[in-house]
Design a protein around this ligand. Structure first.
Ligand code: TUI
Length: 309
């Protein structure tokens, strides 16, 4: 069965669950446009997540998912909300959904973990995942080490469940490339940062539009939670502190509340503007529907025009 049949969607395109950004407004827009909209629950309370799910359902009658950031201490409560509200699909990130698998299975929920390596992909398959999103290090936010090119191919060869490719994809060429590697769908985050429906301040969208292919970098490798974002004075300072072996406290003082500063206050100088390496290609703010239609039309054009050798 194709991923579109499995999930009841038109296009094999998932919207990345960008923490504090992927609210019901963006998720509903993506689902209405034929993709899989995903509500990011990172940073939300159980009540806030319930409200997000209910508002999403008011805006779309199409399938949508909820992403669980497994590092969140309130994950068990969020899982209960997802089940009570009848959400059909869950994606997970930054950890293992193992403790929650029996509950998800019992509720008939499809579980699609985001994974950064073959080893973790196999582990997820064994615990009953319905598919995996193989996310390369080109992606924004919390990332692994392996590139999309190397990761997707190796995961696709290793597992029997469907593989969705993520990291560095923002147009039809990227979609076609993902399929060539064995993926049966893509997850896209950075492109949707510049969607009309994306609820971030204009300054955030401008930072993404102005960025080039070399504008992002990864901080926090030493602390074990590497994060990709667009370089700005705060990130430069972080890198300097990291190079000088600064204490964990000093580093945390710099990043405390930094995602909120960028996403809610539009402060793109001292806030975290998490984005993937493909941001250099983005030049225009567009409606989600236009983005998805163009992505799929271009992917099909690339597919039929491809000449090898
Ligand atoms: O989770 C993401 N991306 C994120 S989460 C996030 S919020 C955040 N803010 C500040 C610091 C850190 C996070 C921003 N972006 N992507 C999915 C993803 N999952 N990437 C890597 C992983 C992952 C890593 C280890 C998944 C599983 C895993 O291990 C599982 C196991 O069983 O060991």
């Amino acid at each position: 069965m194709s991923i579109t049949e499995l999930l009841g969607i038109k296009y094999p395109i998932f919207q990345g669950a960008m923490a504090q950004i992927a609210t019901y407004e963006l998720a509903a827009a993506v689902s209405n446009a034929g993709g899989l909209g995903i509500i990011a629950s990172g940073g939300l309370s159980a009540d806030q997540l319930r409200e997000q799910i209910q508002k999403c359902r008011e805006k779309t009658d199409k399938p949508f998912a909820v992403n669980l950031m497994l590092m969140m201490p309130n994950c068990p409560e969020l899982v209960d909300v997802v089940i009570e509200e009848g959400v059909q699909v869950v994606t997970t990130g930054a950890g293992t959904p193992k403790p929650f698998m029996p509950k998800f299975k019992e509720a008939g929920i499809k579980v699609i973990p985001v994974i950064p390596s073959v080893k973790i992909a196999l582990k997820m398959q064994e615990m009953g995942a319905d598919a995996v999103v193989a996310e390369g290090t080109e992606a924004g936010g919390h990332v692994g080490e392996t590139t999309t090119m190397a990761l997707v191919r190796q995961v696709a060869k290793a597992v029997d469940i469907p593989v969705v490719a993520a990291g560095g994809i923002a147009d039809g060429h990227g979609v076609a490339a993902a399929y060539a590697l064995g993926a049966v769908g893509v997850q896209i985050g950075t492109l949707f940062l510049v969607a009309e429906e994306c609820p971030v301040p204009d300054s955030f969208k401008e930072a993404v539009l102005e960025a080039t292919d070399t504008s992002t970098t990864v901080t926090g490798r030493r602390g074990g939670a590497p994060v990709r974002s667009i370089k700005n004075p705060m990130i430069e300072k972080y890198l300097e502190l990291e190079n000088n072996n600064a204490s964990r406290d000093e580093l945390e003082a710099l990043t405390l509340g930094s995602l909120r500063r960028a996403v809610h206050e539009g402060d793109v100088q001292s806030g975290s503007v998490m984005a993937g390496q493909i941001c250099g290609m983005l030049t225009e703010i567009k409606p989600v529907q236009t983005m998805l239609d163009e992505l799929m039309a271009e992917a099909r054009e690339v597919q039929s025009a491809l000449v090898i050798g």
